[in-house]
Design a protein around this ligand. Sequence first.
Ligand code: 4AD
Ligand code: MG
Length: 470
Amino acid sequence: MLGTRGGWQALRRCASLPQVVRLRVSEALGAQESSGEVKVQGWVRSVRSQKEVLFLHINDGSSLEHLQVVADPSLENRDLTFGSAVEVRGKLVKSPHRRQNMELRAETIRVVGACDTWTFPLKMKERHPLEYVRQFPHLRCRSNTLASLLRIRSEATAAIHSFFQDNGYVHIHTPIITSNDCEGAGELFQIETSKEAKEKTQFFNVPAFLTVSGQLHLEVMAGAFTHVFTFGPTFRAEDSQSRRHLAEFYMVEAELSFTESLQDIMQVMEDLFKTVTSTVLSKCPRDVELFHKYIAPAQKDRLEQILKHKFVTISYNEAVEILKQASQTFTFKPEWGCDLQTEHEKYLVKHCGEVPVFVINYPYDLKPFYMRDNEDGPQHTVAAVDLLVPGVGELCGGSLREERLPFLEARLQRLEIADAYQWYLDLRKYGSVPHGGFGMGFERYLQYILGVANIKDVIPFPRFSHSCLL
Ligand code: 4AD
Ligand code: MG
């Protein structure tokens, strides 16, 4: 099969041969006129039949734009409808239309798979709301919005890998099945085989779970590589139907050794965000434009401004003071020692000018066992950081890790989990170094840059409480 570049290169190579070259729609749209025959395969997005001419629009997922096919009305057939799969052979010619470079003059049209338009949930030329297409996870990738989203998601994934690889990080496949609860929040999916439930046996001899974070395994690797990252599925059994929680989501995590300052970690978070966003904006301009035009109109200008300016940093103490002085009344009264609620995060972001805000140094008792003790007075904090962004709230969470054996040992003992974490304590016995890292929720990242209100619309197959379609 010819790939995106392959198809067009083959067309150039074989221009003089009577061979049919398969082109993707994106290649056909960017092609030069040629006398050779080409074939394009895809799904029909519109059919317009006139007395003298038949017009089709074909899409194959390679671009937001469709390829216009111009054919003799004699090529029309009953199965050639919106949604059907077709193979069109013909010649590429310059299009007379200003908005399109090339069109395909069809010589043959073969319907590969018919589509029953009466029952097909998508309708021709309709801009279906995201809530509507969400009901059809097996078909919504054929709508413009979801197809654009999935192309952007694919580019953003590649940009994240490039960012880390270009900066000397080693990619680690951290396990999906694990025996630890990294965050200690008890939001675990426990794994058992179908036999286990009946026979009371245990496959792994210990309770096993789907991972809530690859951090602890990354910390192992940061003891040998200094800069590591992982980017994979993460699972949380949060019984939440909120527009920013999923039971299965993707998390990008990085861990850096020989790092004594939280600022170093925050710099990587900011660089990652800015580099990946710039890449996505330049690689998928049309797909991003669709979101910025129809879904979040002011988002483009805001993003461009954000990319030019440094993110704001405030401490947790400052955050609480800002909230206490707010004219707004909150459902949860802000007090030192309380977790920041969504309403608080929203207010803080607004207070700082609707830009990304780092909140640093959270109360010791609020955060997981692995965070580094700041050893500061009565308002005892750890070196933690959350990155809050407009419209979404928490995008990233990170910290310096407690690398000092006595501190870590004491904390694990107080929590009565020291036995399970002997291996983690070992890391502090054998060449321990100051280190830290963070995790960024990939779906929340996409939500933020594209201005998508509901997280269920930025992942191909959303899983959340009471819903596991397909
Ligand atoms: O803040 P969290 O829980 O941090 C950790 O798991 C750290 N161990 C990461 C690290 O330091 N390596 O999760 C990180 C991010 C959140 O800021 C949020 O963006 C996202 O993961 N996230 C979710 N996204 C979608 N659905 C959920 N249920 C999420 N829970 C967290
Ligand atoms: Mg967090």
